[in-house]
Write a protein that binds this ligand. Structure first.
Ligand SMILES: [Zn+2]
Length: 105
């Protein structure tokens, strides 16, 4: 994919090749299954790569807790989340009740 970038120094515009979404991790907060805005309901979470690929083989995209669990066929648990995602929530990063309950020790 090519995007238009403007050089701040020269003011010139050029087109630059960018990596696919999964690699650059440009997030679209909309759950791809139910359409909920995961930012609005505070369900921003990161699970381990292998598990994420199991839920979403396409890798790019966002799922809310409920849709991710439906795809996996089970509830998420603390060990599924990446350590920094857990510490972020432990330190007060906003998380829904549902997300909190999954991250509980
Ligand atoms: Zn959803």
């Amino acid at each position: 994919m090519k995007i238009k970038v403007t050089d701040k120094r020269t003011g010139k515009t050029r087109f630059e090749e960018v990596k696919p979404m999964a690699e650059t991790r440009i997030r679209n907060p909309i759950c791809m299954d139910c359409g909920v805005d995961t930012d609005a309901i505070n369900e921003t979470f990161m699970i381990h790569d292998e598990l994420w690929r199991e839920a979403n083989p396409a890798e790019a995209g966002t799922l809310c807790v409920g849709c991710c669990e439906r795809r996996l066929g089970r509830k998420l648990r603390r060990a599924d989340f990446r350590p920094y995602a857990i510490s972020a929530v432990d330190e007060g990063f906003p998380a829904s009740k549902r997300l909190h309950s999954r991250m509980k020790k």
